[in-house]
Ligand binder design. Structure first.
Ligand code: PDD
Length: 287
């Protein structure tokens, strides 16, 4: 597969970076995952705005203008299409602070390492859409800057493994809200979390504890089109157990129904443990 590293195009299995790259030593970098449908980047400008936020937060200068990124990523997508024949892709880009002797403070004057690859997009299969997925809950032990899409992902990796150890698809993370409301949902290890309560789709308000998923605004728009009420407000742990539906969203998983939580079926009545109507409408709208 083709990839892009520091201005050069080369096969992915030949791309190499220095062991002194701060991305390797410190996880000192940021990234984006952008879905591509039919060879076209989806919500490109939104992903670029979030990339700019991450870069600003960690004080790395953006190595490309918006149009520079667009040119680079379009070429990447075209090369991957020629390679795999797949127009539906997940484009990945990352920028690390660059190569320097190991020392914690941010060195000045480094040239950032810029890497991009794209792989065929394997959206959730028909079985996951029909049956939904199982999730588990866990305390959110990650750091307090979840708004930065950083390659320092050990917290997310460890959180996700809790689900994997239980044969579940995602770990839904809970944090003390600090406002006397007990534990509230932050997000999944690599997704945003939604609950359907009283017919309305509820999402988590933006904060430093969560990534501003590009699908948050997208699902809000789709709710508007579909006439489904949608609010962003804290979701208490106890609300997950009474929710009619639970959904997760991300670039790779699009929108998916959660039908088991900590081993218990989600929802009520005939739809208990089954994907619900809000999911079905949002998935159709997303398609
Ligand atoms: N993850 N929250 C976290 C912690 C994430 O890592 C992601 C995405 C999301 C969803 O954001 P979006 O809708 O923009 O994909 C929320 C990507 C896909 C990943 O790390 O592979």
């Amino acid at each position: 597969a083709p990839c892009h590293l520091d201005g050069r195009w080369l096969p992915l299995n030949q791309a190499q970076v220095s062991v002194l790259d701060r991305g390797f030593l410190f996880g000192d970098g940021v990234y984006e995952v952008i879905p591509v449908y039919g060879g076209r980047l989806f919500r490109f400008d939104e992903h670029m705005a979030r990339l700019a936020h991450s870069l600003d937060a960690v004080r790395i200068a953006n190595p490309h203008s918006r149009d520079g990124w667009l040119t680079l990523l379009r070429e990447l997508v075209a090369r991957e299409l020629a390679h795999s024949g797949q127009g539906d892709q997940l484009a990945y880009l990352q920028i690390t602070r660059g190569v320097a002797p190991r020392s914690h403070p941010m060195p000045t004057g480094l040239t950032p390492t810029v890497f991009a690859m794209s792989q065929p997009h394997q959206p959730p299969g028909a079985d996951q859409r029909r049956e939904g997925v199982a999730c588990v809950t866990a305390r959110d032990f990650r750091w307090e800057r979840g708004d930065i899409k950083t390659t320092s992902l050990l917290g997310g990796v460890m959180a996700r493994q809790i689900a994997a150890d239980h044969g579940a698809a995602e770990t839904i993370l809970l944090r003390d809200s600090g406002h006397g409301h007990g534990l509230t949902v932050t997000e999944g290890s690599s997704s945003n979390v939604w609950a359907v309560l009283d017919g309305a789709l509820i999402g988590v308000p933006p904060s430093h504890h969560t990534l501003a998923g590009i699908r948050i605004e997208l699902l809000r728009e789709l709710c508007e089109e579909e006439g489904i009420a949608c609010h962003l407000r804290p979701i208490a742990e106890s609300e997950l157990t009474i929710a009619d539906e639970i959904l997760i969203s991300s670039a790779g998983r699009e929108v998916l129904p959660v039908t088991r939580l900590d081993g218990e079926p989600v929802g009520h009545g005939a739809l208990r443990g089954k994907p619900g109507p809000v999911y079905a409408r949002l998935h159709a709208a997303y398609e």
